[in-house]
Design a protein around this ligand. Structure first.
Ligand code: ASP
Ligand code: MG
Length: 483
């Protein structure tokens, strides 16, 4: 039994829907010969739809114009109807689909008008609006697949994934979610029905719609796959799996056959766009393989994500990625030396303004601590630190609180770095040969990642140099030396 998640571009056009139908039919046929058959689909909204929904809500709130959404509303109707026109010829099916589409669009219209009247957009309101793309698309995809001869049923994850009420990035309550998913999904599979489930959304125990975070349909697939004990979770996207680096930066980047859960989580965290950072986490405890596959080149093997990847035996680096638009903040002074609590106060200030810390580095002399936050948050973090340490600044226990803008974290990832001496040396040799100044360094205690902070104009050269040094353009087994 497999879970197949289709991303926005995989359901972005008539041609893409046709591709999806072909792939699902083939998987259903393959599954029928297994001992534990079944296909569960998780779908994103059609590409661009979520952004459009959010844009309309923001426009309504800022202009107060109760008709600001009109054009968007018509475009949404047309976009989904074009798919229905092409595939859904049965008149009863089509009438039911039209009714549903109109109902959901009418609900959106009421919401947008309400937001305009109030002149305010709450995070709870935004979640109801932004999840509607999936809640339109799942019934549409289910109808398209039925028109292609499959038995399907659309399911709304607001009835399956139970979450807390952290609107905008809600967390699943796994026990309740497991009960509901198993009760609803497993009987369908026994009848040979393909459930087509909305990604991205959930609801609180009281039934209030939530979303799991932007791009989180992958996470939905991970959650559902884990609670129903799928044999495999497939993430269908528009590229051939996870690559050794961004092909726009490194011309000879290639797709990776294997990655470990740990490696893919590091990569996603450090900006590789291919998957949501939380997507694999529910699969880890049950050791369910996660595959990243290309809807538009379905015979490509893509990337298989497992508990252990081959890089561990090979002692090798897997990939190099970058996260841009960052700021490196330094807090320094003798107030740090042997004074417990200074670091806690530093990160307390960062947390108090809701900023996310992506990397931390402290020199062993304890004279300073530096950490990386998104550029957008830098000014408020620095303000908060000035307030927190006002006394220490007055007494010169702390003499520097400063930001260094326009920086990039270059992250080198591979579980095989653990216990392999010389890899870090290789990384620094690669960048120093290009005369690139490394501003800060950090290694996670997992040793699956070494991160370098460099100035933005140096980032691409650093990435290429590291990619070359470790011969990442070659399959792992073909590389020379221990690297
Ligand atoms: N449609 C949602 C978004 O654009 C979720 C997803 O595509 O994964 O964020
Ligand atoms: Mg996505």
């Amino acid at each position: 039994m497999i879970v197949m998640k289709f991303g926005g571009t995989s359901v972005g056009s008539i041609e893409a829907f046709a591709q999806v139908a072909k792939i699902v039919k083939q998987k259903m046929a393959e599954q029928s010969t297994t001992s534990h058959p079944g296909v569960v689909i998780v779908t994103s909204a059609m590409s661009g739809v979520t952004n459009t929904l959010i844009e309309a809500a923001k426009k309504a709130a800022s202009t107060g114009d109760e008709n600001a959404h009109r054009e968007i509303q018509n475009a949404l109707l047309a976009k989904h109807r074009a798919v229905a026109d092409y595939f859904v010829k049965d008149s009863t099916e089509r009438a039911a689909l039209d009714r549903l589409l109109e109902e959901r669009i009418a609900a959106l219209e009421r919401l947008w008008r309400g937001i305009a009247a109030l002149g305010e957009l709450t995070s709870r309101g935004l979640d109801i609006v932004s999840g509607m793309g999936e809640r339109i698309n799942a019934p549409l995809l289910a109808a398209v697949l039925r028109a292609q001869g499959l038995k399907t049923e659309a399911l709304d994850a607001t009835e399956l994934i139970v979450t807390d009420d952290l609107f905008g990035s809600a967390a699943p309550l796994m026990d309740l979610t497991e009960q509901r998913c198993r009760a609803r999904i497993l009987p369908l599979l026994e009848q040979g029905v393909v459930p087509v489930i909305t990604g991205f959304v959930g609801a609180t125990t009281r039934g209030i719609p939530t979303t799991l975070g932007r791009g989180a349909s992958d996470y939905s697939a991970g959650i559902i796959g884990a609670v129903i004990d799928a044999d495999e979770i497939q993430i269908w996207t528009d590229v051939n799996g996870v690559m050794t680096s961004d092909p726009r930066v490194v011309a000879n980047a290639r797709s990776l056959h294997q990655l470990s859960y740990e490696e893919v989580a590091e990569l996603a965290y450090y900006g590789a766009k291919v998957m949501h950072p939380k997507a694999v986490s529910p699969a880890v405890a049950k050791k369910i393989p996660v595959l990243v596959l290309n809807t538009f080149e379905p015979t490509h093997p893509g990337t298989r994500i497992l508990e252990h990847s081959n890089s561990e035996e090979m002692g090798s680096v897997k990939a190099v990625t970058a996260i841009r638009g960052m700021n490196l903040i330094t807090v320094a002074g003798r107030g740090f030396i042997g004074v417990p609590g200074t670091a806690a106060r530093t990160f307390g200030s960062v947390a108090s303004v809701g900023a996310n810390v992506l990397m931390i580095s402290q020199s062993s002399s304890e004279q300073s601590i530096c950490f990386v936050v998104p550029e957008l948050d830098a000014a408020k973090v620095i303000d908060a630190l000035h307030t927190e340490f006002r006394k220490e600044l007055d007494r010169s226990y702390i003499d520097q609180i400063s930001g260094h803008g326009n920086i990039v974290i270059v992250a080198v990832v591979g579980s095989g770095m653990r216990g392999t001496p010389g890899l870090a040396a290789g990384i620094f040799k690669a960048v120093s040969e290009q005369n690139i100044n490394v501003i800060a360094i950090a290694q996670g205690s997992s040793e699956a990642n070494v991160s370098l902070v460099v100035a933005d104009p140096d980032a691409n050269a650093a990435i290429r140099a590291i990619h070359d040094m470790f011969e990442l353009h070659k399959p792992t087994a073909e590389r020379t030396g221990t690297r």
